[in-house]
Design a protein around this ligand. Structure first.
Ligand code: IFM
Length: 439
């Protein structure tokens, strides 16, 4: 496995999952502060109030990245730090934090990839309807503009949204994430509004910072029929439409997939003039988050799904099948079926039940997971996929949303009592792997 010399090896995090300091320097509340405070929503009543205390320890964390030889770092900006009320009065202290972070990264020779929205919507905007309200789309473009004006001369890689599927479906139809809604019509309108806001933000970014590369980050799940009946085949197709094509087709083909449009029926979103042109704005790259596949069977109602377990496969602590072939096939498919722009794997990694021992964290399974997925990415490149970089999820153990701190995705262990960072064996292996690739 010899990747190209200019291939970027990095790690990823997001603001609410690591920063803590939720009431500091003028940050306004986000929907996740409120969701975490709602009984029964998050495992153990956990919250991101302290998390990895990265807001105060960012310099130490940059030094940690440098010690691992990372060439790139993907992080997100907390919108409520920049505009505590979502729009209107800008909070300079919020921007200054990200400026210090970016300058520190650049001084350490680590390329930043900045994500504008990784789920921490200002609560003030949610109070006015959140992503279902078209005014939020304009507020997002203004926020993009403000961040780009300050950091556009230094940050080259910009992503608008992280995982619209999670923002729309997981959070507005399945109710698992903030704001915890369970309304399919609302969720599909949100999915559409997010894509429109992505187009508006791309325009704003490009107007304020001409030399940047901008794109979006989508999450993909490979769908395989869970049996050999015709209806299993159809269910897998439908799952692929529900998870992958619903976002890919509008972005790259300019229309929603017809099969899903028919299935969603009265729940389909309202589309306004110019929306599809905005959604289809050319992108400089596409970010690919990949973790697993599903073995899909139809549910009782022709709309929902059932999932089979693969008795031969390994599963992570999230109960996700380890299936590297899905990454290879997805990257190739993006290239062949969607003529995708340059690709980055913007997230890939695994949670396991790590144990801290006096000798460190022996996470051989995470190392094997990563190695197998690097190989899959390499194979995809041999098959033509224009892959330019890879960000392991995650740099640090962190707040895993509804799972709280119960799931550890980091290549670096975080002892939450002391905030000590302890590189796991997988981090040391990754360090050596990067060094070999650069040799
Ligand atoms: O922790 C999340 C991240 O915020 C988005 N992608 C998936 C990760 C693991 O669940």
């Amino acid at each position: 496995m010899r990747f190209p010399r200019d291939f970027l090896w990095g790690a990823a995090t997001s603001s609410y999952q690591i920063e803590g300091a939720v009431q500091e320097d003028g940050r306004g509340p986000s929907i996740w502060d409120i969701f975490c405070a709602t009984p029964g929503k998050v495992y153990g009543g956990h919250s991101g109030a302290i998390a990895c205390d990265h807001y105060h320890r960012y310099a130490e964390d940059i030094a940690l990245m440098q010690s691992l030889g990372l060439q790139a770092y993907r992080f997100s900006v907390a919108w409520p730090r920049i505009f505590p009320q979502g729009r209107g009065k800008l909070n300079p202290a919020g921007l200054s934090f990200y400026e210090r972070l970016v300058d520190g990264l650049l001084a350490a020779n680590i390329a930043p990839l900045l994500t504008l929205y990784h789920w921490d919507l200002p609560q003030a905007l949610q109070d006015q309807g959140g992503w279902a309200n078209r005014d939020t789309l304009m507020a997002f473009a203004d926020y993009a503009d403000a961040v780009a004006r300050r950091l556009g001369d230094r940050v080259k890689l910009w992503a608008t949204h992280n995982e619209p599927w999670c923002i729309a479906i997981l959070s507005h139809a399945l109710g698992k994430h903030a704001p915890g809604k369970t309304d399919w019509k609302l969720a599909l309108q949100v999915s559409h509004n997010l894509l429109v806001s992505h187009g508006l933000a791309l325009d704003a970014l490009r107007a304020s910072a001409s030399a940047i590369q901008a794109g979006i980050v989508l999450n993909f799940t490979w769908a395989t029929p869970g049996g050999d009946r015709q209806e299993d085949e159809e269910a897998a197709q439908r799952y692929d439409g529900f998870f992958n094509r619903w976002f890919l087709d509008p972005l790259f083909k300019g229309s929603y997939p017809q099969d899903m449009w028919d299935i969603y029926g009265a729940r389909v979103p309202r589309i306004e003039a110019d929306d599809m042109a905005l959604i289809q704005r050319p992108m400089d790259f596409l970010g690919v988050n990949y973790y697993t596949r599903e073995l899909v069977r139809p549910g009782q109602d022709g709309f929902s799904f059932r999932f089979e377990r693969n008795p031969k496969a390994e599963y992570t602590a999230m109960n996700w099948e380890v299936y590297p072939q899905g990454l290879e096939d997805m990257l190739v498919r993006l290239h062949e079926d969607y003529s995708a722009p340059p690709l980055y794997v913007t997230e890939n990694g695994a949670a396991f039940d790590d144990v801290l021992t006096p000798g460190g964290v022996r996470d051989a399974r995470r190392r094997a997971y990563l190695e197998a997925h690097f190989q899959a990415a390499y194979n995809a490149m041999q098959r033509g996929a224009p892959l330019r970089g890879y960000f392991v999820w995650s740099l640090l153990d962190n707040f895993e949303w509804a799972e709280g701190y119960a799931k550890r995705f980091g290549i670096v262990y975080v002892d939450y009592k002391t905030q000590k960072r302890i590189p796991k064996d997988s981090a040391l292996w990754y360090r050596d792997f990067i060094a070999q690739q650069r040799a």
